[in-house]
Design a protein around this ligand. Structure first.
Ligand SMILES: C[S@@+](CC[C@H](N)C(=O)[O-])C[C@H]1O[C@@H](n2cnc3c(N)ncnc32)[C@H](O)[C@@H]1O
Length: 212
């Protein structure tokens, strides 16, 4: 029997309540470094990472209503005080609501690869969205990425190293991708998609960059 999902008002942030750039201290009820996960799915990463890093304020962005509701219920049941989640389109949220120099780390794990050529323009990684990430990051803030899709990974690397940032004008530098604090043994990040792909023995590509 399907479980009834509960809404937790202290967990969910409502797009309709936002008015201009958000104040993370007000939203979390305390100061602290802010990490944003884009496309949180069922929130496995958010839950374990927030538990492992209680001093960090985590915000998940998830567009799909069914995953968002599932995530709110799970975060609420776990009783975590340092996680919020919002159901909204990530590019719109970044551009309109996230202040400049406010985010310490973006986590983007298994973004939809849109494998058909005619759909690739729907991919999250493009220069406009990457410029938004850069604007929102604090100095020396980081972006962490994982995907199982080799073609998309190549496109992301190209974007990071030659389009948005380049050797002549470096805005980002590559750093080691260390396993996430909340991940289990043998995992990089511990999301639902990673767990599924590890079982299928698919290769997983990771990349981390720091704002210069
Ligand atoms: C392939 S799933 C990966 C979910 C999770 N990161 C994982 O690894 O298990 C991609 C997720 O990103 C969400 N998503 C896709 N485009 C989005 C957007 N523009 N804004 C917010 N979420 C988005 C989808 O709804 C989906 O839950």
């Amino acid at each position: 029997m399907a479980r009834i999902l509960k809404d937790y008002l202290s967990v969910s942030l409502r797009g309709e309540d936002l008015d201009g750039k958000i104040d993370f201290v007000r939203i979390f009820g305390r100061p602290g470094p802010v990490h944003i996960e884009i496309g949180s799915g069922k929130a496995a990463f958010l839950l374990n990472q927030a538990k492992a890093m209680p001093h960090v304020n985590f915000l998940g962005i998830e567009r799909a209503a069914k995953f968002y509701r599932y995530a709110v219920d799970r975060i609420g049941r776990w009783g975590l005080k340092n996680v919020r989640i919002i159901r909204i389109d990530a590019p719109h949220f970044l551009a309109d609501f996230v202040p400049a120099d406010s985010v310490e780390c973006f986590h983007i794990y298994f973004p939809d690869p849109w494998p058909k050529k005619r759909h690739q323009k729907r991919r999250f990684f493009n220069s406009a969205n990457l410029n938004q990430l850069l604007r929102c990051l604090v100095p020396a803030g980081t972006i962490r990425i994982a995907t199982d899709h080799a073609g998309y990974f190549e496109q992301i690397q190209h974007l990071l190293t030659t389009e948005v940032s380049s050797p002549a004008c470096p805005l980002l530098e590559r750093i080691d991708f260390s396993p996430a604090a909340g991940a289990d043994q043998g995992e990089w990040v511990g999301t639902n998609f990673e767990r599924k792909y590890l079982k299928d023995q698919r290769p997983i590509y990771t990349l981390a960059v720091r704002k210069v």
